[in-house]
Write a protein that binds this ligand. Structure first.
Ligand SMILES: [Zn+2]
Length: 314
C-alpha cells in the first residue's frame, strides 16, 4: 500500500518524517512503537548491507524515484489520458510553473531537472530532441555548458531542435558559432545520426534503457563506504536475531554500561562481573576474565574474536 501511495503522490516532508519515525520506533521497540533511544541513526540503517546498513529503503528517495515514472511516461508519450492531457496544452519540458498550480503538479514540474539527467536521447531524425536542453550529447545537456548569449542565437535558439543542425545525413553546425563550440564540436560530430529512423529515448539509471523503480532508486540513493564485515553478518541461512545483535555490536552501539552512561543515564559504569574495568563492548567480549571463566559470554566472545581475527586478516 505504501509503495502505491509514494508512486502516486509526492509526499510532504512532514509525512515522510512521521513514517520514518514509525519505522524507527518499530525497529527498536516492536509493535508498541514506544519512544526509545535509537542507538543507530536512520540514515545509516537505510544503507545496503554491504555499506553497513540494514538495506531499508529510504522513503524520501523512494518517493522521488517512484514519481520520476510520471516524467518518464510523459517523455515516451505513454498512451494514457493523463499524458495526453499534459501534452495537449503546452510543452511540458519548457513550460514555466503556473502560479495557481496544485502542490502535486508543482512538484512534478520541479523534478524535470532530475528526470532530464536520466533521460538520454538517441538521435535519429533529430526532430523531437532539443539541441540545448535535452540530453543527447556524450558530455551531457549543452545548455549547462555554454554562455547565455548563445541560447538567443537566431539559428540555434533556446528551443531549437537537433534537426536544425542536420542536413540529409550529416551535421551542419552554423559556422558563426563553431569557434565557441570548439570544446564540444567533436562530440557532436561523433554522434551518429540516422534521418530514416525516429529519435529514441532511453532511461540511463539501469542497463535496460527503460525505467524501473529498482534501478532509479539505486541511482538516487545516498552512498557511503563499503564495510568489509558485511558478509560475516549477513549470509544464507543466517539467524536474523543473531545477525542483528552482531550488526549492532559491529557499529559499537550495544547497550553496555559506558554507552548508557554516555546517553545520560546515571549508572555505575564498572563491569558487573569483574568489578575491575569499565564495562564496554570490547571489555565484555575480549578482555573480561570473569566472562570467559564463567562461560557467560564465551560463545559470543569466541564468535566475535573469530570475526576480529578475520577482519584483521582481510
Ligand atoms: Zn569485566
Amino acid at each position: 500500500m505504501l509503495v502505491h501511495w509514494i508512486s502516486v503522490f509526492f509526499l510532504p516532508k512532514r509525512a515522510i518524517h512521521e513514517l520514518n519515525s514509525i519505522f524507527r520506533r518499530f525497529l527498536w521497540s516492536g509493535v508498541d512503537l514506544a519512544h526509545k533511544h535509537c542507538p543507530i541513526g536512520w540514515k545509516s540503517i537505510c544503507y545496503p548491507n554491504n555499506e553497513g546498513g540494514l538495506a531499508v529503503r529510504d522513503i524520501s528517495t523512494m518517493n522521488l524515484a517512484a514519481n520520476l515514472r510520471h516524467l518518464w511516461d510523459l517523455k515516451i508519450r505513454k498512451p494514457t489520458l493523463w499524458v495526453e492531457w499534459v501534452h495537449k496544452n503546452k510543452d511540458f519540458w519548457s513550460m514555466k510553473t503556473p502560479s495557481n498550480s496544485s502542490w502535486c503538479w508543482r512538484r512534478i514540474l520541479d523534478h524535470r531537472e532530475y528526470a532530464s539527467k536520466f533521460i538520454f536521447n538517441i538521435v535519429g531524425k533529430g526532430n523531437t530532441i532539443r539541441f540545448w536542453k535535452d540530453n543527447w550529447h556524450p558530455l551531457g545537456i549543452l545548455v549547462e555548458r555554454f554562455p547565455l548569449s548563445l541560447r538567443y542565437d537566431s539559428t540555434l535558439h533556446i528551443n531549437a531542435l537537433v534537426s536544425s543542425c542536420i542536413n540529409d545525413d550529416t551535421w551542419l553546425i552554423p559556422s558563426h558559432i563553431q569557434p565557441t563550440l570548439t570544446t564540444l564540436i567533436q562530440g557532436i560530430m561523433n554522434t551518429p545520426i540516422d534521418p530514416l529512423e525516429d529519435d529514441e529515448v532511453t532511461w540511463t539509471a539501469g542497463n535496460s534503457g527503460l525505467y524501473t523503480l529498482k534501478d532509479t532508486y539505486e541511482a538516487l540513493r545516498p552512498r557511503t563506504q563499503v564495510v568489509y564485515w558485511s558478509k560475516l553478518v549477513w549470509f544464507k541461512h543466517c539467524i536474523p536475531r543473531h545477525c542483528f545483535i552482531t550488526w549492532v555490536a559491529l557499529h559499537r552501539r550495544l547497550k553496555t554500561k559506558d554507552k548508557l552512561n554516555s546517553w545520560g543515564i546515571d549508572i555505575d559504569i564498572t563491569c558487573t562481573l569483574c568489578r575491575i574495568s569499565v564495562e564496554d563492548d570490547r571489555h565484555l567480549f575480549f578482555s573480561c576474565e570473569v566472562c570467559f571463566l564463567t562461560g557467560t559470554m564465551r560463545s559470543a566472545g569466541v564468535l566475535l574474536t573469530s570475526m576480529v581475527i578475520l577482519l584483521r586478516l582481510a
